[in-house]
Structures are given as C-alpha cells and as structure tokens.
Design a protein around this ligand. Sequence first.
Ligand SMILES: Nc1ncnc2c1ncn2[C@@H]1O[C@H](COP(=O)(O)OP(=O)(O)OP(=O)(O)O)[C@@H](O)[C@H]1O
Ligand SMILES: [Mg+2]
Length: 319
Amino acid sequence: MPNPPARTPDASPAAVDVRGLVKHYGSVEALRGVDVRVEQGEMFALLGPNGAGKTTLFSILATLRTPTSGSALVLGRDVVAERDAIRREMGIVFQEPAIEQRLSGRDNLFLMGLLYGLTIAGARKRASEVLEQLGISDLADRRAQQLSGGQRRKLELARALVADPRILFLDEATLGLDVDARRTFWGQVRSLADAGRTVFFTTHYMEEADVADRIALIDFGVIVALGTPRELKARLGGGIVSLTTDDNLRARAWLSEHGFEPEPGGQEIMLLHADPAAVLPELLRNLPVRVERAEVHVPSLADVFLKLTGRGLEGGSKP
Ligand SMILES: Nc1ncnc2c1ncn2[C@@H]1O[C@H](COP(=O)(O)OP(=O)(O)OP(=O)(O)O)[C@@H](O)[C@H]1O
Ligand SMILES: [Mg+2]
C-alpha cells in the first residue's frame, strides 16, 4: 500500500467542491459556471449529452486541465495549487485505454505499483490483491490485448485502484461495451463505493447514472438539475403517456385544445400527467385519430432531461 499523504487537510472536507467553475477553449465556453459538491463516500454521476462539458469537468478535477476561472477542490485541496498532493489520492479511468496492451494484466498492475513508489515485493502483492478484489485473477497472466472489451475495462479499473485511492474519477468508462458488460462493470464500481470510496463518473447513458447516489445533469456547460435519481424523476410528478397515432399532428392539436400539454417534438406524443393510468382510457375513447400504440411509464432520467432541455440525451448537444 502506498504511504499516507504527508499532511492531512481539514478533518472531513468534501470529496469534490466546485464553485463558479468556468472553462473556455478559445471562443468555446465548455463550462459556464458550475457549482457542485460531492461528499466523501458518495457515488456521483455527471450525466449529459455529447459536448455538454463532462470530460472538461472530469479533466479539471483529475488535475489534467486548468480552469479559466472559479475554484475546484478535491478532498479539500486545490486542483491547481496542490496538484501533486491530491494526485496520489485519486484513481483515474479514462475513456481511452491507459493499460499497456502487450503486457499481462498482472504486469500492468505491477508497473503501476512501482510508479506509485511501492517496492518490488509490495507492487507484486498489491497487483495480486487488486486482481483478487475485482475477481479477475484468472486474467492475470494474459496479455491485455487478448482480453475482451469488458475485461479490459476491468483491468483499467484495477489499474486505477493500485494506489488505493480515496476517490475514483471515471470518464465514460464503459463506452462501447454491451449492456451486460456495463452492468457488471458498474456493479463492481458500486461495491467500491459501498465500501467507502468516493466515485465521480461521467456518462451519457441514463441507465448508468441510475446506480449513482446523486446525479448532476449537465448541458451546455451548466448543471441543469441535481439530486438523487428518485428526486430527479419525482420532479416530473406522476407519469408519462406515450402515444403513436396515424395522425400525430391532429392528435397534438386535439390534446392542446382539451387542456393537455404534449411535449414538443419527437416521433411519439409524450404527455406528462399526474395520473396517467386514469387518463389513458379517456384519451383512447376521445382522440379523433387512430391510436396505434399507447404506453404508460414512470419517468426516466431521459424524460427529465428532455423536459428540462427540450432535447434527448443521446443526441448532440448543439441546438
Ligand atoms: N481541447 C479542446 N479545444 C477546443 N474545444 C474543446 C476542447 N475540448 C473540448 N472542447 C469543446 O468543449 C465542449 C465540451 O466538451 P467536452 O469534451 O467536455 O464534452 P463531453 O460532455 O465530454 O462530450 P462527450 O460526451 O462527447 O465526450 C465541446 O463543445 C467541445 O467541442
Ligand atoms: Mg467526454
């Protein structure tokens, strides 16, 4: 295990404390005044579409980029002024591979241990421990390039854990993996959080964000909503009726005339309602069009995002 840091900052600072954070790349305003506080031990998701500013915020917290203005503290330390001191406390999983493809899993972790100043024996021991902890000891002696996408991502996670960091930062860590591999990956990260580690991750998959304790929705460089998954969904109240008809234009017009407020745009008609199950039969009876499909569901994070921004999560962020 690495040595503890030379000095301990104040007793129990927030894991992440970001205030008025602004980042410009030339004329691009990637972050336009972000405030976020993440407590120690929390699993926190930053959810938003392409170009929203996720990687930018992640990179500033991971001390890889400097902000234009505003402040960012990680575990009470300034990401710019005290960069070296906090780097040792954080594990980072990038979207791009960081493991050495030609080395075995074990050697990747062993090297990482040496990089963090462990002795040869210490690094060996730590590599085995982490492999065991993530249940991938069976992959230890295979070259990274021979592993599946999901196995490689686990190895990336293992690499980030070698230094036994207090906080893990992950940027789109499961991009390109199938649903099953993503679920397993986040299950594992969730157990790390349950064991007391702080986790801060970015994603544009809403079902991934659902495993977090709290979620910040980011769009165009600002946080548009923040809360537990349940709180965010409750913001919409009630549920959602989706309808596909043979004449959506006419259906929308009728709905608006009768006091309903269909969400603008989309292939289907979406309707927020306090009691969707009760209103559906009435709609089916009275709509002057043929309803081809009708569905009632509880709001998802994607619905919340759509309601707040007028756009879906999966699409691009530019209007
Ligand atoms: N190095 C850079 N130079 C110029 N503009 C940049 C740079 N990096 C990011 N941007 C711009 O800043 C904005 C935010 O980018 P960022 O990479 O933070 O978004 P993101 O939310 O991570 O998107 P994605 O989901 O596609 O990874 C975008 O408009 C992007 O084009
Ligand atoms: Mg990104």
